[in-house]
Design a protein around this ligand. Structure first.
Ligand SMILES: [Fe+2]
Ligand SMILES: [Fe+2]
Length: 130
């Protein structure tokens, strides 16, 4: 599957922003938190939307065709949940406990999702020609 290296590269680009966002949400001042959210705006906004579109519209349908539609279903559901929490983070709320909790939820969802894609989904289709 020729999309796999690109998808892995995009994950690697995103992950440092999640590390910083988690650090700011756990231990940072309100100013640190808002700065980390602003710094990740492109990575978690247009870049993440593009990544999700590539998976939902191109990669997952191919995986579903080669393997089984049931395999990609949980990953598609993850995307909808990730988008929902991401949108909540970028609503422009004040830097309070609710925003910190949303950031930690988003980091956890994305890190878990990426790990499952890379450990379960990508290896299953690595040798499939497309
Ligand atoms: Fe994904
Ligand atoms: Fe992904």
């Amino acid at each position: 599957m020729h999309a796999v290296p690109t998808l892995i590269e995009e994950h690697a680009t995103l992950l440092p922003y999640l590390v910083e966002l988690r650090r700011a949400a756990q231990d940072g001042s309100d100013q640190d938190l808002l700065a980390a959210i602003a710094q990740a705006a492109k990575a978690l906004g247009p870049d993440l939307d593009g990544h999700i579109s590539l998976e939902d519209d191109d990669f997952f349908p191919k995986v579903a065709a080669y393997l089984d539609p049931m395999i990609v279903q949980p990953f598609v559901q993850d995307h909808r949940e990730i988008e929902q929490v991401r949108d909540a983070v970028y609503l422009g709320k004040a830097a309070g406990a609710a925003l910190r909790a949303d950031c930690l939820t988003l980091c956890g969802l994305l890190e878990d999702h990426i790990a499952r894609e890379e450990q379960m989904l990508f290896p299953a289709v690595r040798d499939v020609q497309d």
